[in-house]
Write a protein that binds this ligand. Structure first.
Ligand SMILES: NC(=O)c1ccc[n+]([C@@H]2O[C@H](COP(=O)([O-])OP(=O)(O)OC[C@H]3O[C@@H](n4cnc5c(N)ncnc54)[C@H](O)[C@@H]3O)[C@@H](O)[C@H]2O)c1
Length: 326
């Protein structure tokens, strides 16, 4: 199949593109390069454009069978400081994308949703039916767009997969692509930056939390596992599958301390860190129940924490050697 990949020059999208091609599909990347990087699309057709630009989208949509929509603003903290930016891009512009899709023949749509739609869970692990009560504008925009998909699916014959990622991490096995966010807010790249002396010692927010070692627990999922799930979701929809919302996680929580300990075990390098109070609104633990994705797509995460850390560290060292110039 041919797929239009919005946000394919970003972190998760660029990995999904490679999994699609590895599975025999064709891709056209559509990206405005606002947070993405042209280098991550090397070797692929890239249309430089904004998802709000229906005129630019129309001819691209005529050439594809499905859309994968990764393009969004995706910093939780920034969404609190500047919610307008988030509602504008993740909702208003995304609605324009949907207008263009509905004007085309494309009726298969895969959306990058997030565990942020659940807010602070009352019960763990989080299932797809857990209450949805986002605690930041980012999560609210993503939940809003899921409602859009639900409604359009009922009225316009669209079929969609809303894939709710937990914490994307790791890098491609080739070592050629990986995470480059500026500012960096994700734990694993921050661990590396602290090790490399690029930032002060890592701040470990919360050390006497109600978790086994007192530090914060999250569900880290390898970005190539996410990519593979997108391929399965595409094939599921192509085979007539009904619209569906799925958690994409490993089902296993990993603490900040476990990440630092694993990094030291793998590399022999201790992670410089200091303990800090927990951040407001940061739940002590979040992890997925990922059984529905297994039932519906036959997908489970294959890569473990060691593979996440090893691949991401390899990528970080490449970035460092290139002085962060891709
Ligand atoms: N990284 C994670 O841990 C994570 C977790 C849950 C959900 N997500 C979601 O996955 C998606 C990808 O996240 P990421 O970490 O790869 O982010 P990213 O910033 O690396 O990628 C986003 C891409 O979208 C492009 N883009 C943004 N707005 C656009 C617009 N209006 N028109 C065209 N292109 C535009 C950017 O240039 C960038 O290439 C996002 O929708 C994000 O909300 C990410």
């Amino acid at each position: 199949m041919r797929v239009l990949v919005t946000g394919g020059s970003g972190y998760v999208g660029s990995h999904a593109v490679r999994e699609l091609v590895a599975a025999g599909h064709e891709v056209i990347i559509y990206d405005n390069l606002s947070t993405g990087n042209r280098k991550l699309s090397d070797g692929f057709e890239l249309i430089e454009g904004d998802i709000a630009d229906g005129e630019k989208l129309a001819p691209a949509l005529d050439r594809v069978d499905a859309v994968m929509h990764f393009a969004a603003c995706a910093y939780v903290g920034e969404s609190v400081a500047n919610p307008r930016k988030y509602f504008k891009n993740n909702v208003e512009s995304a609605l324009k994308l949907m207008d263009a899709v509905l004007k085309s023949k494309v009726r298969k749509f895969i959306f990058s949703s997030t565990n942020s739609i659940y807010g602070i869970p009352q019960v763990l692990p989080i299932t797809e039916d857990s209450p949805k009560d986002p605690i930041n504008p980012y999560g609210a925009t993503k939940l809003f767009f899921e409602h859009v998909l639900q409604a359009y699916s009922a009225s316009h014959g669209l079929r969609y997969a809303a894939l709710r990622y937990f914490n994307a991490a790791g890098a491609h096995a080739s070592g050629l692509i990986g995470e480059v966010h500026d500012p960096e807010t994700h734990l694993i790249p921050l661990v590396f930056k602290a090790v490399l002396g690029k930032i002060p010692p890592l701040k470990v927010f919360g050390h006497d939390l109600p978790t086994p070692d007192g530090t914060c627990i999250r569900d880290y999922i390898h970005v190539s596992d996410l990519g593979e799930a997108h391929v399965k979701a595409l094939e599921y929809l192509a085979n007539g599958g009904e619209s569906v919302s799925l958690n994409l996680g490993t089902g296993k929580g990993t603490s900040v301390k476990e990440i630092m300990d694993s990094f030291e075990r793998l590399t022999g390098i201790p992670v410089p860190h200091e303990l800090a109070p927990p951040r407001a609104g940061d739940p002590p633990a979040l992890f997925a129940n990922a059984t529905k994705a297994k039932e519906v797509l036959g997908w489970t995460a294959k890569r473990d924490l060691d593979e996440i850390l090893t691949s991401a560290w390899k990528w970080q060292q490449r970035l460092e050697a290139a002085n962060y110039q891709l």
